[in-house]
Design a protein around this ligand. Structure first.
Ligand code: 293
Ligand code: CA
Length: 160
């Protein structure tokens, strides 16, 4: 009863010596014990889980898909969380969009709930708002951040 082909995200919930593994929304009814190695698209940091389904799209599309799945776009609040995100970028060889933008006020990067960011890891020379149209944030394979046009297509990475 653990598998459902209609649901898009694989979710881990840590518990005791095992990782609980389920598909779709967090639901104790659909838990299953599994090793984290069985699902390299997932990373657990503290009580936060980062997960990709491998899907690629623009910022609005990815944001919506994470919300629909009951999570939100990855929003790292410290170096450990950023490293977990970096590992997924390296594994998939694709950069991701974070749940951070300066859409509201140029140069003032905020989480999607409007809170000013408490952690950043900009690449040297970034954010540069190239051509005045970069309000989203991508993560490179070195873990560093670059502001980027929200219309670009990136790998989805949600947090739960
Ligand atoms: C410019 C200068 C590059 C930089 C790039 C990115 C685009 O082309 O060095 O890598 O902008 O900031 O988002
Ligand atoms: Ca840039």
């Amino acid at each position: 009863a653990c598998y459902s082909s209609s649901l898009q995200f694989t979710v881990f919930i840590e518990c005791k010596d095992y990782l609980w593994f389920s598909y779709g929304h967090l639901s104790p009814l659909f838990c299953y014990c599994f090793s984290v190695a069985a699902f390299p698209g997932g990373q657990i940091v503290g009580n936060k889980v980062f997960i990709t389904s491998g899907y690629e799209g623009n910022f609005d599309d990815l944001k919506q898909r994470c919300l629909q799945a009951g999570g939100q776009l990855a929003s790292p609040r410290n170096a450990a969380e950023n490293t977990a995100i970096q590992q997924i970028v390296v594994l998939y060889k694709k950069s991701v969009f974070l749940g951070i933008t300066d859409i509201q006020s140029e140069g003032k990067f905020k989480y999607l709930n409007g809170e000013a960011i408490v952690y950043s890891n900009w690449q040297q020379g970034e954010p540069n708002d190239e051509k005045g149209r970069e309000n989203c944030v991508e993560v490179y394979g070195n873990g560093k951040w670059n502001d980027r046009s929200c219309g670009e297509k990136k790998l989805i990475l949600c947090e739960f």
